[in-house]
Design a protein around this ligand. Structure first.
Ligand SMILES: Cc1cc2nc3c(=O)[nH]c(=O)nc-3n(C[C@H](O)[C@H](O)[C@H](O)COP(=O)(O)OP(=O)(O)OC[C@H]3O[C@@H](n4cnc5c(N)ncnc54)[C@H](O)[C@@H]3O)c2cc1C
Length: 159
């Protein structure tokens, strides 16, 4: 049986590539145990770590406050302009919402206006949600914000 598992941790600054992305298996195993040194690690969890023979360590970055989202005829969408913390599992939703709104704006406006309305709407939403996600305890507020957003889409006019 194969198991795919993930572990996340936050660091104040990037780990050097030689100590993370290019580190050997034993170094990664030690790093994992160090991260969990104050945990009461159940045996099945240490078994999984001990028997894992492939690790794919990756650094994940947050992008904060991009000053502009477009320049000339180029506009950024998805992770290129606003990342969502992987803990909250919303990055794909943000990207799909971006794609849908930019398509709609480009259908309805010339590109400069389209980029303007797209950024105005999406910047507000992603900044508000990201701020909420930093305080995950207010789950009701998050659910409300997630559900109150709609993009009206008139399918017949989309060819
Ligand atoms: C560990 C992890 C777990 C996550 N879990 C979740 C989750 O549970 N739920 C969720 O909603 N989101 C999750 N996300 C976030 C989600 O995966 C991203 O927010 C989403 O994929 C962003 O979509 P995107 O289209 O903007 O970028 P991407 O999905 O990164 O797509 C960009 C594409 O462009 C390609 N590309 C890059 N450079 C070039 C180039 N020069 N030429 C051509 N192509 C290029 C890349 O290969 C890639 O296919 C997670 C992210 C991570 C890292």
């Amino acid at each position: 049986m194969n198991i795919l598992w993930q572990a996340f941790s936050q660091c104040p600054e990037k780990l050097p590539t030689k100590h993370f992305e290019k580190a050997n298996k034993e170094t990664i195993r030690q790093l994992l145990y160090k991260q969990m040194e104050h945990w009461n690690i159940p045996k099945h969890l240490s078994d999984i770590i001990d028997h894992t023979n492939m690790f794919f360590p990756r650094s994940i970055y947050e992008i904060k406050d991009f000053p502009v989202w477009s320049k000339g005829r180029v506009v950024l969408v998805g992770d290129a302009v606003h990342t969502a913390n992987p803990f909250v599992g919303q990055g794909a939703s943000y990207s799909l919402e971006d794609a849908m709104l930019i398509a709609k704006m480009l259908r309805d406006h010339e590109y400069r206006d389209a980029f303007y309305y797209y950024e105005k709407d999406r910047r507000k939403r992603t900044e508000e949600l990201n701020a909420l996600f930093q305080h995950m305890s207010i789950q009701n507020d998050i659910d409300k914000k997630m559900n109150e957003y709609t993009i009206e889409w008139d399918e017949e006019t989309y060819v």
